[in-house]
Design a protein around this ligand. Structure first.
Ligand code: XBP
Ligand code: MG
Length: 338
């Protein structure tokens, strides 16, 4: 497989990103309101939540959804980063290759460059001098990111089932969204531009990536930064995550978490995770089956028309939130429109 072509498009991508960042910052200034114009431009469905030029959440208890990227929006670790790391090793003329089990262990280290340095610490054939090792890690990481962008552009990495539906539902029902990842901005840009279009960033009131923080997950900085930009409290900002480091970061910031299991963290979350603020754990947003706690059956006459293969929706998440946080919210939860 060759993934070396089309490097030129990255220069244009940087300019587009700069514009998107400004948009995100400006949007953040006006709290969690996403302008109707911006969402309309991104071709998101505009529903009844649209009033007076702004979108406000019409979903009880949920002020915002905070999206992790790798493993959550797409299986980017398995189909993207891992493949690209191995391409980078080959590009550099190194005999190193990471298989699935090695990569699963390495994923406990957040950050591609940090992961490379961690791996080199165990290799007799890695450079001994710290400076040389650091330069090699930076070179490999840059190559990996370029190969990753090419893989994404080739269409090899689809969004996970149910993700697009939930993103569109947030637009329709006025739920602000943020990207909360400590992955490189260029990789986020490559994935979301392909799947959500040139104006993808306008769908998000905040886009927080590795370059925006000093500490990566499991440090909560990425979530604290997103909450500040959104202007919402943690208790109403639901994080969607797949990794233990991501969950730890979100919980340290006070956010409730929905875990969508991914390839490399399939067995990571036990039931007792609920006690620590994980409001639900399941196989992915594409199915209403297999969740703990179980997705509530839809009420009303259309129940029989809603098979368990329909995606998890905002009302399901509101239900989990209300069940996790009994008290005043359970009253609002009861009035959720179905
Ligand atoms: C993602 C990561 C990243 C990616 C690679 O964690 O740990 O390091 O594996 O991206 P999360 P970079 O999903 O919790 O954000 O090479 O850009 O670091
Ligand atoms: Mg992840």
């Amino acid at each position: 497989m060759t993934c070396r072509g089309d490097r030129g498009r990255k220069a244009g991508g940087a300019a587009a990103w700069a514009i998107a960042e400004v948009t995100a910052e400006v949007t953040a200034e006006v709290t969690a309101e996403v302008t109707a114009e911006a969402v309309a431009g991104a071709a998101a469905p505009i529903g009844p939540a649209l009033t007076g030029g702004t979108l406000r959440s019409t979903v009880a208890g949920i002020d915002a959804l905070l999206w992790d990227v790798d493993g959550t929006l797409a299986e980017t670790e398995r189909d993207g980063h891992l493949v690209a790391f191995n391409l980078a090793f080959a590009d550099e003329g190194l005999p190193w290759r990471w298989d699935d089990s090695r990569y699963a262990r390495l994923l406990t280290v957040t950050g591609g460059r940090e992961r490379l340095l961690h791996d080199m610490a165990d290799r007799a054939d890695a450079p001994m001098a710290v400076g040389e090792r650091d330069r090699l890690a930076r070179r490999l990481h840059a190559r990996k990111n370029a190969d990753y962008a090419d893989l994404v552009a080739s269409g090899a990495i689809p969004l996970r089932a149910g993700v697009r539906e939930l993103i569109d539902a947030c637009g329709a029902r006025g739920v602000a969204m943020a990207i909360t990842t400590t992955t490189s901005r260029a990789s986020v840009e490559a994935l979301l531009r392909l799947h959500l279009g040139e104006r993808w960033a306008e769908r998000f009131a905040a886009v927080v990536c590795a370059e925006d923080v000093t500490q990566k997950k499991p440090d909560p900085e990425v979530f604290v930064t997103a909450l500040r930009r959104l202007g919402v409290e943690a208790r109403g900002a639901v994080a969607i995550e797949d990794s233990p480091n991501g969950v730890a970061a979100a919980r340290a910031a006070g956010c409730p978490v929905v875990v969508t299991r991914s390839r490399f963290f399939a067995d990571a979350f036990a039931d007792e995770a609920a006690a620590s603020g994980v409001i639900a754990v399941g196989p992915g947003l594409g199915s209403r089956a297999g969740w703990s706690p179980a997705v509530m059956a839809k009420r009303g006459p259309v129940a029989s028309l809603q098979p368990r293969t329909t995606p998890v929706d905002l009302d399901d998440i509101a239900d989990w939130l209300a069940r996790w946080r009994p008290g005043p919210l359970s009253q609002v939860g009861d009035s959720i429109t179905r």
